[in-house]
Write a new protein. Structure first.
Length: 276
């Protein structure tokens, strides 16, 4: 009986001690700010692109596009003068609750319509003596250099606000440390698209300018590894929808394009958490 009592007392003391240690080692995030910088690799769904101007009104169906990630080099990915050359992500945020963050950031993606692909076209073109003049009802056309070159490469800038949840899952792996945590993060975002669109359409003058063109919605999940209390690396997977009803394609205000598509981002991020 005495032995059982002693064992129960020992067990009770052990639970109390470990509980106290857990309290001591619990990381408190509420009230912290965080910043990160990183790089993305993106993929896009097909998109119907509608072009409208004084002498044309037509739609290209299921246009395919891709991103253009820079080939890795230390100077290109970490050099101060090359910050916007890779596809990048930058963000600053705040833990307004222990497990919730709000943040604002820029996803600097790049979107390039695949050159010389064949697509179907509907609509009308009547540009003087242009080779492509005519009425189209689903015919196939090749996007050669004299027909279309279109890219958002400087870039497809998604400026967005995110609401994310942040959970420490270190205990799943038997880790109990203030200096090293494994965290799961997931949430939603919404924002505007501010691309720099480089366009040459039907042999007209090239246009390349920044403009607000539409909106985006996104959702993501990530794995965050925090070390030395303040620093972290994070891998994110983000999916979203982009709708751009007002893409500027020339200096003429009557000329515009519109498109919408889905995207998928893979992100590698580095950053830090701190209190002011």
């Amino acid at each position: 009986m005495k032995i059982k009592s002693l064992l129960l007392l020992t067990l009770f003391i052990s639970i109390a001690v470990f509980s106290q240690e857990d309290k001591q080692k619990k990381v408190v995030n509420k009230g912290k700010f965080f910043v990160y910088w990183g790089w993305n690799w993106s993929g896009y769904s097909g998109s119907d692109i509608h072009f409208k101007g004084n002498n044309y009104d037509f739609t290209l169906r299921d246009v395919q596009a891709q991103d253009t990630p820079s080939k890795f080099s230390f100077s290109k990915y970490f050099g101060i003068t090359n910050l916007t050359k890779p596809q990048t992500n930058a963000r600053i945020g705040y833990f307004f609750k222990e497990n919730y963050t709000i943040s604002i950031g820029v996803d600097h993606m790049k979107y390039v319509v695949n050159n010389d692909q064949f697509v179907n076209i509907d609509g009308e073109i009547s540009l003087g003596n242009n080779t492509y003049n005519g009425v189209y009802t689903g015919q196939e056309v090749q996007l050669t250099e004299d027909f279309l070159r279109l890219e958002h490469t400087d870039g497809l800038n998604y400026i967005n606000v995110q609401l994310y949840r942040f959970d420490d899952i270190s205990r799943w792996f038997g880790l109990y440390s203030e200096s090293f945590q494994i965290n799961l993060t997931e949430g939603f975002g919404a924002g505007i698209l501010y691309p720099k669109t480089d366009t040459t359409l039907l042999g007209q003058e090239r246009h390349d300018d920044y403009h607000i063109s539409g909106f985006g919605l996104s959702a993501g999940v990530g794995l965050n590894i925090t070390f030395l209390k303040h620093f972290f690396i994070q891998a994110d997977l983000k999916a979203g929808y982009i709708n751009m009803p007002n893409v500027k394609i020339s200096t003429n205000a009557s000329d515009s394009a519109s498109q919408d598509f889905f995207f998928l981002q893979n992100n590698i991020l580095i950053g830090g958490k701190f209190r002011l």
